[in-house]
Design a protein. Structure first.
Lengths: 222, 369
């Protein structure tokens, strides 16, 4: 049954996945080419010195892409369920509805995690040819809160969309926006090092919130 | 079924907890946005002629006032005369620069060469280090300093130079620098390190670094080879809290240090250290009650004016530029908190922040105003 749910979600979102992979890989390739071009035109010595001395990592364009992907995936996955009330069918499947909804959420989380890992690995593998490990690690630490924002955006958007009442939806949005903003508090590189445990705890809490919205839907709140 | 209902009520409590956390974060943030503080830090210089500190304050009409701590107000022309080494360009333009001061003949070049500025703050210092450093050639024979073809990292056994073009370790150079340090008595690993990796300076003093036994060394690259010397600590107590390499135009100093007993030290170019003044400057988070947030030093031929902005007051010290003996001190308590801020403490007794006034790191902290 879980396999079938995964397949259903794949059919629903495959076009989005295609666009997401193309845009993520495209942007990462652009960032790498842009770094290569800077290394060639300005010289490796000057580029390293700028990256070391001026807190510039040349990855700023990546900042909001994971969040955008997470929120759009959530919209594509959950909005049709709510607009056409297809979620009722899911809730009436011969398995516990928490399991079926969890499977749908898991599909999104696994997909996003794989996409984000693909991004980060591509960046790290290519950059380590040109940059010392300290700078590659610094770039990873700088990107990590943005990727966490992507996963947070996915689950919090699902929480808002699945909420059956507009009043509740507005309340959820009021909570979700500042929670996501927690991942974008500074532009300085690698400054989230002490914040990661808190962001991961927040992500764990955020993953179970959509189940609460589905519970309220099942209760018949309209 | 019962456990499921318990889980649902647990989720409800989690949502309420999230809402409360956001409120204690966002309400103070919005309150501070609505009631911005307009604290101005006046610029202060010690007058060697009048033996007094002169404050440069901007009034409500955006005009600069020159006032001393006794309340005497000066005109711009009077202030320039009282601060001949600070305002020498203006005095030269007006033909009013004294020929000599305290028996020392004055020339604009000499005044400029002995002027010295230094500023740092906790916010600048408390940020994640990259862990890579640039060793500039100190004796290239060229007027302009050049970036080297490599950078170095610190390992437990020594320094490791990485060639920028190939991104590989230059073993010969790494070994040469590590061996020279060891030969001079340096015990790895490096504890503290500071250098100015920029080429926008007149000359290079290399790096100051402390070893595992808290001894201070200077390391430079001279004609591609390591140049190391141990700094004599002249009665300094305990270990080093902060070290700074400086490159003043008169080349008489190579650095500044803050010892663990919160004293400020000057490191002379003859590798000796001398305590500056008789004051403490706590720069650690454990001394939150009276922590130095920002330090500025404005030095001239005869005196240094040291300003310490602490969490409760601003402290001005004048020290002799040659002996570093303290000759004047003025402590100005911070003005009373505006009513809006006091009100905030009552209205919002718990204030959560993720940014901090003394660090660039992001982490949750409570009531750290």
């Amino acid at each position: 049954m879980i396999k079938a749910i995964f397949y259903k979600e794949w059919l629903k979102t495959r076009l989005l996945w295609f666009i997401a992979v193309v845009s993520h890989v495209g942007l990462v390739v652009y960032l790498l080419l842009s770094l290569r071009s800077t290394l060639l035109s300005h010289g490796t010595v000057e580029t390293w010195a700028t990256m070391i001395g001026r807190d510039t990592l040349m990855i700023g364009r990546l900042t909001y892409l994971p969040l955008l992907t997470g929120v759009i995936l959530s919209l594509c996955q959950w909005l049709p369920e709510m607009v056409q009330k297809r979620i009722r069918l899911t809730l009436h499947l011969p398995i516990d509805y928490t399991r079926s909804v969890t499977a749908m959420l898991l599909f999104g989380f696994i997909g996003l995690s794989v996409l984000f890992m693909l991004d980060a690995s591509l960046l790290a593998v290519v950059e380590q040819r040109w940059l010392p490990r300290e700078l590659v690690w610094r770039i990873f630490l700088t990107c990590l809160p943005w990727y966490i924002a992507g996963l947070l955006g996915y689950s919090l958007a699902a929480w808002c969309i699945l909420e059956p009442q507009w009043r509740g939806r507005c309340f959820n949005m009021l909570i979700s926006v500042p929670l996501i903003a927690l991942c974008f508090l500074t532009t300085q590189p690698a400054c989230y090092i002490y914040m990661f445990p808190w962001l991961i705890a927040l992500l764990l809490v955020a993953t179970i919130l959509p189940l609460y919205s589905v519970y309220r839907f099942k209760l018949g709140k309209q | 079924m019962r456990s499921f209902k318990n889980s649902i009520s647990a989720i409800k409590y989690l949502i309420i907890a999230l809402a409360v956390i956001l409120l204690v974060w966002l309400l103070p943030a919005f309150y501070e946005l609505l009631t911005p503080r307009t604290d101005k830090m006046p610029f202060v210089v010690y007058s060697c002629l009048d033996s007094t500190f002169i404050r440069f304050e901007t009034n409500e009409n955006k005009q600069v006032q020159y006032i001393d701590f006794k309340g005497r107000e000066f005109t711009k022309s009077e202030a320039d005369s009282l601060l001949p080494l600070f305002a020498f360009r203006q005095l030269v333009a007006e033909g009013r620069l004294p020929d000599s001061l305290y028996g020392v003949a004055l020339t604009p070049k000499m005044i400029q060469q002995n002027s010295f500025h230094f500023k740092t703050s906790l916010k600048q210092l408390n940020k994640p280090a990259v862990g890579l450093y640039t060793m500039i050639e100190s004796a290239s024979g060229q007027v302009d300093l050049q970036l080297p073809p490599d950078v170095f990292r610190l390992t437990d056994e020594g320094l490791e130079f990485i060639d920028c073009e190939t991104n590989t370790v230059n073993r010969a150079k790494s070994l040469s620098f590590s061996r020279e340090l060891t030969k001079q008595g340096f015990k790895f690993p490096v504890h503290l390190i500071w250098g100015n990796g920029t080429t926008r300076k007149e000359y290079d003093n290399g790096f100051l670094l402390t070893d595992a036994e808290e001894h201070l060394f200077q390391l430079k690259m001279v004609k591609g080879m390591p140049w190391v010397r141990k700094i004599k600590d002249n009665g300094k107590n305990g270990c080093y809290r902060r070290i700074f390499t400086i490159e003043p135009a008169n080349r008489q100093l190579i650095g500044l240090a803050v010892s663990s007993d919160d004293r400020l030290w000057a490191i002379r170019s003859d590798a000796t250290m001398q305590r500056i003044g008789d004051f403490h400057m706590p720069m650690s988070a454990s001394a939150k009650e009276k922590m130095v947030n920002t330090i500025t030093i404005v030095g001239d031929l005869f005196h240094w004016t040291i300003t310490l902005y602490t969490t409760t007051d601003t402290r001005y010290y004048a020290v002799d530029a040659r002996t570093f003996e303290q000759i004047a001190c003025e402590i100005v308590p911070d003005p009373a908190e505006p009513l809006s801020r006091r009100l905030m403490r009552y209205l919002l007794p718990i204030r959560l922040r993720f940014t901090s006034w003394h660090s660039q790191l992001i982490y949750p902290n409570i009531n750290d105003d």
